[in-house]
Ligand binder design. Structure first.
Ligand SMILES: [Zn+2]
Length: 506
């Protein structure tokens, strides 16, 4: 299908949208004595790298500094492409914190926003604001399925959409793609989207596919029914002929613990049939979401259902309230602790939190410690699984400030689950592959100079569930489009980030 893309966003080559401010280019920079992890997974090698005009211009051994050139001696450090976080919730955060300190501190140089079916609407004003007031890092935006569904159905979303409504939704996806979206995201486990039919999603995904976009999905169920949710996801990919990005892959209830190998086999079979399936995974055994998400049957006040949901998550002690406006006293306590404090059963406590939330038209944010390490390891060791945070600026989960250094420090250096070049590939060229970007996520001559320089001996996350905002160590310098944005453990203040679009054409 040929679609004429008329907006200037999409007509631009690989992520080359122009930022209208902050265009001052640094002088030429030479990084010497670095070991290079080029993003392809190739072994580390020694090379010097020259950056000019926002691009990597030369990679060679023994490059000699030129007069006036900035020289960075990177002895003992690894130079990698900047990390691309394909699932990042900094949409609002960037409006107030364009320096994105907690993100660039991890070596992230590009964030993809609009995940889980939730994006700004319309997209154009948001993206325009990022062009006039650029952040320190690059951004790209998904079109949110739930956002679009609400545009069409309003508050009457607790049902299957009519054919007319689905047609309207596809028109809005078309609009979003023309405004600069790079694909369609869904959060089918969440309330608004949970009522949608597979056909509705397929219809919208087809529009995104026609523009060369991809389908990013938080699937319908990540617990007991995660296998049928996976089947639906693969069917959507096949029917809409669209590449899939499976968000935060996990098997997160007791009944599916240890089933990662089986889950992987289903995905491998689909990949063999030609389904373009990639996934991302955050390096933690706990998820962060809303309190209702643990109850797929939506029987929030049915004691038997609540009891099962708590059991499915390994017990009430595994669900911790992180944010609850109606009653701040609940925050940082798990449901078992709260039950003891308030002299209730855990089931009664859960129902009480639901009722107090409903009365205030809100929902408690919770962290659920409901994944086990053998499953996380199995997922991480698949070549088609990349690193993504599902965090972002202000995240109350430690993944918001720790994801990328944690993989390098814990999964590579301490546990030896991955080699360093393979971990870097999962942070760079693999997400770039999903995004269709050939000039980012790779360290080669001509590519954009998005670069992260880190110390492989010290790189480590410091954020914890108790202190989620602690910044990591070992990320020495970060360049975005050739400009230094992170140095000496703080932002430089430069904001060279661009709004990136699709490079792929159908
Ligand atoms: Zn999600």
């Amino acid at each position: 299908m040929t679609v004429c893309i008329v907006t200037f966003f999409s007509a631009l080559p690989p992520g080359q949208a122009q930022s209208s401010a902050s265009t001052s280019k640094s002088t030429t920079t030479l990084v010497i004595h670095a070991k290079i992890a080029d993003g392809t997974g190739a072994p580390l090698r020694k090379a010097d790298v020259r950056i000019s005009g926002g691009r990597i211009v030369t990679i060679a051994t023994n490059l000699k500094p030129r007069p006036g050139e900035r020289v960075i001696d990177a002895k003992g450090l690894v130079l990698a492409p900047g990390f691309i976080d394909i699932h990042n919730h900094s949409t609002d955060g960037l409006e107030t914190d364009p320096l994105a300190e907690s993100q660039i501190a991890q070596g992230i140089t590009t964030v993809v926003l609009g995940a889980d079916g939730d994006s700004p609407w319309p997209l154009a004003p948001y993206l325009a604001a990022r062009r006039t007031n650029p952040p320190a890092l690059n951004i790209a935006m998904m079109a949110g399925h739930a956002t679009i569904r609400e545009q069409v159905m309003g508050k009457d979303f607790r049902r299957v959409a009519t054919p007319d409504e689905i047609t309207k939704m596809t028109q809005l996806v078309e609009q979003a793609m023309n405004e600069g979206a790079i694909g369609l995201s869904t959060g089918l486990e969440y309330d608004v989207a949970s009522y949608s039919s597979t056909n509705e999603v397929v219809a919208e995904a087809k529009v995104a596919a026609a523009h060369g976009g991809f389908y990013m999905t938080h699937i319908r169920d990540e617990g007991d029914k995660s296998f049928s949710a996976l089947d639906e996801e693969i069917a959507i990919g096949e029917r809409a002929h669209i590449p899939i990005e499976h968000s935060h892959i996990k098997v997160s209830t007791v009944s599916v613990w240890n089933k990662a190998p089986e889950y992987i086999r289903v995905i491998e079979a689909a990949r063999k049939r030609g389904v373009d399936f990639l996934a991302d995974c955050y390096p933690y055994d706990a998820w962060h979401s809303n309190i209702k998400v643990i109850m797929p049957d939506k029987q929030y006040e049915n004691p038997a259902s609540v009891e099962k949901a708590l059991r499915d998550n390994g017990g009430a002690q595994n669900i911790t309230i992180t944010e609850f406006e109606p009653n701040r006293a609940y925050e940082n306590h798990n449901i078992a602790e709260l039950a003891t404090i308030y002299k209730l059963t855990p089931v009664e406590m859960y129902i009480r939190i639901i009722r107090e939330g409903d009365a205030a038209s809100t929902e408690a944010s919770v962290i659920g410690k409901a994944m086990i390490e053998p499953d996380i390891k199995a997922f991480y060791q698949q070549p088609w699984v990349m690193v993504a945070s599902d965090g972002g600026i202000g995240s109350r989960h430690p993944r918001g400030a720790g994801t990328f250094p944690r993989v390098l420090g814990v999964y590579v250096r301490e546990k030896h689950w991955l080699t360093l070049p393979e971990a870097v590939r999962k942070m760079t060229s693999l997400p770039a592959q999903r995004l269709g970007w050939k000039d980012r996520g790779i360290l080669r001559e001509g590519a954009f100079a998005d670069l992260t320089l880190f110390n492989p001996k010290t790189v480590l996350d410091r954020s914890t569930f108790a202190k989620p905002f602690e910044l990591p160590t070992g990320i020495e310098k970060v360049f975005v489009n050739g400009e230094l944005v992170w140095e000496s453990a703080k932002p430089t203040g430069a904001r060279p980030g661009m709004v990136l679009g699709l490079s792929r054409n159908p």
